[in-house]
Design a protein around this ligand. Structure first.
Ligand SMILES: [Zn+2]
Length: 263
């Protein structure tokens, strides 16, 4: 049977979207989502940009993590029309759960499962108190895949295939153009870091091409300007001014790399 698409990020080794992965036992018999790894086909959008959510019972004991999740959600609400609302009677909603094995993961888009989980392990998904990993997963939930899977990524980054673990799953290349007219975004919170899914964690797996070597990838601090524009375009957010792109020249490479690329 077809199964939902899951994006998984384990701190220090971010894995890619996994089609057919089981997130929760008993959720296998659902339609395969019709989406690319960059953006989402409209049937997986959250109606009106409203994402109902609940915290799991396990999360009720994690006050600090709960506050960080809410802060991550607010980051979307401040710049887009997306609204995360406590679930009341909505059929489709997300459950924020702590998960196991330090996992940080989410399905891509509204899977129409009824409930679908976002795993944000409190011990590992908020490195240094940052909310970027949580926002990465929430952006998956909104319907976005990884930036380095854009169909035009080979113009911007090199992949060191010999050092990539699980090559077929790590850097899938989209065949559809769902870039929303936005340029390749090295600064996206959805872009892998240089040591993503590496066999030898001291050697890069993905890096900007020579002419873009000054760019920093793998930031895990906040949504980029382009991330925000894409969300506003995907959800046709009315009245939301599209922000000016944030250049990587303003970022802090050491801090950024430390958060997602500890290898
Ligand atoms: Zn991801």
């Amino acid at each position: 049977m077809d199964k939902p698409t899951l994006c998984l990020l384990v701190v220090a080794m971010a894995a890619p979207c996994i089609t057919g992965a089981k997130l929760v036992k008993g959720q296998q018999s659902v339609p395969r989502p019709t989406m690319t790894t960059e953006g989402l086909i409209s049937d997986k959008l959250w109606p009106g940009g409203v994402v109902p959510f609940v915290f799991s019972k396990a999360y009720s004991r994690e006050d600090q993590a709960r506050q960080l999740v809410l802060k991550a959600m607010a980051g979307f609400e401040n710049s887009t029309c997306i609204r995360f609302v406590p679930r009341t009677t909505e059929k489709d909603f997300v459950i924020i759960n702590s998960g196991i094995m330090k996992s940080c993961s989410a399905y891509i888009g509204n899977q129409h499962l009824g409930s679908q989980q976002i795993l944000l392990n409190p011990a590992s998904c908020f490195p240094n108190g940052n909310i970027g990993v949580a926002q990465h997963q929430l952006m998956h939930t909104l319907g976005f895949g990884h930036e380095q899977s854009r169909s035009d990524r080979d113009q911007f980054v090199d992949i060191n295939w010999s050092n990539v673990a699980q090559a077929n799953d790590s850097f899938p290349l989209s065949t559809e153009d769902t870039t929303f007219g936005e340029p390749y975004d090295f600064d996206s919170i959805m872009h892998a870091g240089m040591f993503e899914n590496a066999i030898d964690k001291s050697i890069w797996t993905v890096r900007p091409k020579e002419k873009y070597r000054d760019k920093v990838i793998g930031q895990s601090i906040q949504l980029s300007g382009t991330d925000i524009r894409k969300i506003n375009k995907m959800y046709k957010c009315p009245g939301h001014a599209l922000p000016v792109p944030v250049t990587t020249a303003d970022t802090k490479p050491d801090l950024l790399r430390k958060t997602r690329n500890s290898a």
